[in-house]
Design a protein around this ligand. Structure first.
Ligand code: NAD
Ligand code: WQD
Length: 341
């Protein structure tokens, strides 16, 4: 079975993807500097998958450190790389743009250079639905306009453009640009999940922390959008479905397609109020909220056209909104303080 190098393997999406890879029988090497994660996540993944030290090798390092990356490539000779490592907080990217361009753009360049030297030419890249220009006709298919509205989004868009040029110049490379919509939920075990540092930026971890009593109430950013109940609409995707999308993309690269972009989303939109109400009903908890001003930069509506992923990858989401809110809560209540619980 193929050996897969997973950068950012201890993170939220990386840990769920490693679990799916191990369950499918792949050998995995995780490479992470733990700047936004805990090595404990990988310990738990190992236990959940009943994996031995051979199946999951854990390496610590920074993707900006080319010498360390080279060492890992020489030691393990992975056949394919799934590249999650990066910084992802939109607000922080506005304050610290250089950090975002350094880690997300320069980090990916360094990774590609090291892969090239090692003769490893298959790459699955974590892009984002944030690369689509806001306020266009829904659903968003892969050829819709791209335009970034903040440095985080710009860093993802720059990497997409760079990889497009790189793939043209190097036809032996196979690259999947995976544009995630809104990942939520946790493994059904409740043993791994999203563990944000400080105040959560995203809706679902915020709701979970209100429900568990760590935060007083949710602020809903605007109820005057042109949507059925006035609150923002997004395409939420269960992180375990998202993880499976990476396995499907990796297998697709074996057909040597060159570079392709894929949406990983469900194709359905849900409003903020719908998420809050479903969370309360399914989990039998209360989530107090207040309506506040719109958050600058937020689009009213965003959801995917998932047709290309279905046709070429044979992948579609399986989990429902009920699964998403149940599993988010299951993780939160078992681990009220995340991995330090
Ligand atoms: P995360 O922060 O949980 O995981 C990222 C991992 O990368 C962390 O474990 C972190 O320690 C590691 N990392 C960061 N910089 C590093 C460096 N220089 N060297 C080595 N490791 C480093 O985030 P996530 O939610 O799992 O996201 C994974 C990827 O998916 C990111 O690239 C993110 O931009 C992208 N993405 C996330 C979302 C989302 O909403 N979660 C949506 C779209 C795209
Ligand atoms: C969802 C909805 C908010 C928090 C972000 C990034 C995007 C991608 C996914 C990485 C919106 C509303 C939220 C809160 C609220 N990440 N909301 N109160 O903004 O769609 O996407 O995460 O690539 O790049 O921008 O996700 O979870 O922040 O917001 O009312 O406290 O919830 O207005 O309608 P978003 P989100």
């Amino acid at each position: 079975m193929k050996k897969v190098l997973v950068t950012g393997g201890a993170g939220y999406i990386g840990s769920h993807t490693i679990l799916a890879l191990l369950k499918a029988g792949y050998q995995v090497v995780s490479f992470d500097n733990y700047c936004n994660s805990s090595p404990q996540a990988l310990q738990r993944v190992k236990t959940l998958a009943a994996a031995d030290d051979n199946a999951l090798v854990v390496e610590q390092g920074d993707i900006l450190d080319a010498a360390r990356l080279k060492e890992v490539f020489v030691a393990h000779q992975p056949a394919v790389v799934i590249h999650f490592a990066g910084l992802k907080a939109v607000g922080e990217s506005v304050r610290l743009p250089l950090n975002y361009y350094q880690t997300n753009v320069a980090g990916t360049l360094i990774l590609c250079q090291v892969m090239q030297e090692a003769g490893c030419t298959d790459l699955v890249f974590s892009s984002s639905a944030t690369v689509y220009r806001p306020e266009q006709q829904m659903p968003l298919s892969e050829e819709k306009d791209r335009f970034a509205v903040n440095p985080y989004g710009q860093s993802k868009l720059m990497v997409e453009y760079i990889l497009e040029d790189f793939a043209k110049a190097n036809p032996e490379w196979n690259i999947a640009l995976l544009r995630y919509f809104n990942p939520v939920g946790a493994d059904v075990s409740g043993q791994i999940g999203e563990d944000p540092n400080g105040l959560p930026n995203n809706l679902m971890p915020f709701i979970s922390q209100v429900a568990v009593g760590k935060l007083d109430k949710l602020s809903i950013f605007g109820d005057d959008y042109p949507t059925p109940d006035g609150t923002g609409v997004r395409d939420y995707i269960h992180v375990s479905d998202l993880a499976d999308g990476h396995l499907a993309a990796m297998r697709y690269l074996e057909s040597k397609p060159g570079l392709e972009a894929f949406n990983l989303g469900s194709g359905a939109g849900h409003s903020v109020l719908e998420i809050v109400k479903t969370f309360e009903q399914v989990n039998q908890v209360s989530v107090p909220y207040q309506i506040v001003e719109r958050r600058p930069g937020d689009a009213p509506v965003s959801y995917a056209c998932p047709d290309k992923s279905l046709h070429l990858l044979g992948w579609k989401t399986k989990k429902t909104l009920v699964d998403m809110v149940r599993d988010s809560w299951n993780w939160q209540k078992q681990n009220p303080n995340g991995y330090t619980s």
